[in-house]
Design a protein around this ligand. Sequence first.
Ligand code: NDP
Length: 343
Amino acid sequence: NKQVLLKYYVTGFPKESDMQLITATTKLKLPEGSMGVLVKNLYLSCDPYTRFRMTKPEPGAGYVDSFKPGSPIGGYGVAKVLESGDPKFKPGDFIWGMTGWEEYSVITATESLFKIQHTDVPLSYYTGILGMPGITAYAGFYEVCNPKKGETVFVSAASGAVGQLVGQFAKLLGCYVVGSAGSKEKVDLLNNKLGFDNAFNYKEEPDLDAALKRPVDIYFPEGIDIYFENVGGKMLDAVLQNMRVNGRIAVCGMISQYTLDQREGCHNLIYLVSKQVRMQGFTVLSYYHLYGKFLEMVLPAIKEGKITYVEDVVEGLESAPAALVGLFAGRNVGKQVVAVSRE
Ligand code: NDP
């Protein structure tokens, strides 16, 4: 059973060498009488929050437990059930949920696993559009942003797992949507494939405030009604100066801060007062009850071609450390997935 272990608690920017690929010789078995499942992992999800779990526990800052050094990295994934002690699952079923970065896993916390009912879409989608990032985008946009047709929406990390969906949901509702991303390739994707009204490369904008205000071509000469925050840092400060009265900011994440030992300050919060902006953080963990409703909306939209999804799939468990590290350098183009096995 090949596994990717966390070597030690990580500080700063994660490196491939913080993790180690090993081959465990003990054969995994479902313990006698266990209510868990033995699964073969097919697709693993690389997610920014994994960086929190690699760090020494910091009470209150993260919302998930840290990994133990010497133990496998864990995270969302898609797997096939081989043996089951839980009557909800039988051998041959496909599931998605929390699993390990290894070829085979014994999962005891089966209450957090979802049985995959629809297999006429790529199974890897259950790490992205039909999994945690999908429900994050759905809940964050519809529940937290309180969006209305015709409003102006700005999404950062817009070509990523969550951002690309937020933008498409906003377009389906009839909003004006602009995204920021970190390369020309990603900007082209947003403009030409994902249906954004406009997009820009924030790395080429020395003055983000001026970029957001730019009247010609792009972006928000009359301000932003909704900001879907994925990155934090300088972008948040620039956006705060451009919010409209009664605007809303959904704080989904702040990836620019995850690798800093000393987090940056935010200078323009005062605009929340004059513009009467509501800024609200949220975690997907509070919204899984909407999963059924979410699938009812998103599955037909995928099949009818109304929503598209860009994935960045690397092959093999040995590719997982580099893929995870790549999230923090912006190397992923779309949802970062690791294909451990395709059957
Ligand atoms: P992505 O697929 O968007 O991958 C991360 C992207 O972040 C990179 O590709 C890069 O894109 C961008 N990025 C990396 N470093 C920086 C930086 N220093 N400054 C600006 N941008 C940076 O990830 P997800 O869609 O999975 O996650 C997006 C956000 O949503 C994250 O903040 C994540 O933590 C959060 N999240 C929150 C959840 C919740 O429950 N609240 C659940 C899921 C995700 P680029 O090239 O454009 O810079």
